[in-house]
Design a protein around this ligand. Structure first.
Ligand code: OOG
Ligand code: MG
Length: 254
């Protein structure tokens, strides 16, 4: 019988120690529900250590990301306060295995989401929109995984930084997004690469949260998923993400 606790411990320790592990799928046949169960247990380990859940992220919401990683289904993971870095803040490279950065859009929840959302009522449940950088860091060797592997690994979540919150009527449809490393634009894309409309991510995050008993409440953050492929980071880099009309956000890898 598969011991989910053991698998969760393996992934949690890999993240804590920044040492990669073999893909679970090489030795275990997990289905997607089991993979989410492993994710829940590994996150419970973090909550027991004192980390607080601050929201959810979606992954593989753009073709660019699906193609880069060879995984083609939307996935979701949990964000904690430990993962959040202040805008302009520093992340020590040594805390990660092989970190990558990607430009994202973030939503801030304004009230408990207790019903499924539609594109028409979604704005009633948020009070801010911002540009963000997500740092992902697969706990698997060579950043290689199956869908079940990456789900069990909390969707590679490692760190994130949110730009200044903007009013909810700020246009985020069809806006240019880019990622700049040490002054050089390394990725550029468009916000509508995210499910054809980034608000679809909000609707989907609300649906997945409700389906899985994860309550999204006032102040929680939703990361919509990257609009472009992710870029490997190195020491001594300044990373900036820009979304037209939303401003910019940055972090420093030390
Ligand atoms: C999985 C996480 C995907 C996104 O924005 O699509 C993700 C990965 O690529 O390692 O965060
Ligand atoms: Mg992401």
């Amino acid at each position: 019988m598969t011991n989910y606790h053991q698998l969760a411990e393996t992934l949690d320790k890999a993240a804590l120690q920044a040492i990669p592990v073999p893909q679970l799928s090489l030795s275990h046949r997990l289905n997607i529900e089991e993979a989410y169960a492993v994710q829940s247990i590994s996150m419970a380990r973090r909550y027991i250590r004192g980390e607080k859940k601050v929201g959810l992220k979606l992954g593989f919401t753009s073709k660019a990301k699906m193609e880069q990683m060879g995984v083609h289904d939307m996935i979701w993971g949990r964000l904690t306060d430990e993962m959040q870095c202040e805008n302009g803040g520093e992340l020590p490279f040594k805390s990660f295995i092989h970190p990558r950065a990607e430009p994202e859009i973030a939503f801030r929840v304004s009230q408990t989401i207790d019903q499924s959302l539609t594109l028409d009522n979604a704005l009633q449940y948020i009070d801010g929109i911002a540009v963000a950088i997500e740092v992902i860091d697969s706990r698997y060797k060579n950043f290689k995984f199956s869908l079940e592997d990456v789900v069990a690994d909390n969707c590679s979540s490692a760190a994130f930084v949110i730009g200044e919150w903007q009013p909810i009527d700020t246009n985020i449809r069809g806006v240019a997004m880019s990622l700049i490393v040490n002054g050089e634009t390394v990725q550029s894309g468009n916000s509508d690469a995210i499910l054809g409309n980034p608000f679809e991510s909000l609707v989907n995050a609300a649906r997945l949260a409700l389906q899985n008993g994860e309550i999204l409440k006032a102040g929680d953050i939703i990361l919509a998923g990257a609009a472009t492929p992710a870029v490997f980071l190195k020491e001594n880099q300044t990373v900036v993400a820009i979304a037209e009309g939303l401003g910019e956000v940055s972090l420093r890898v030390s």
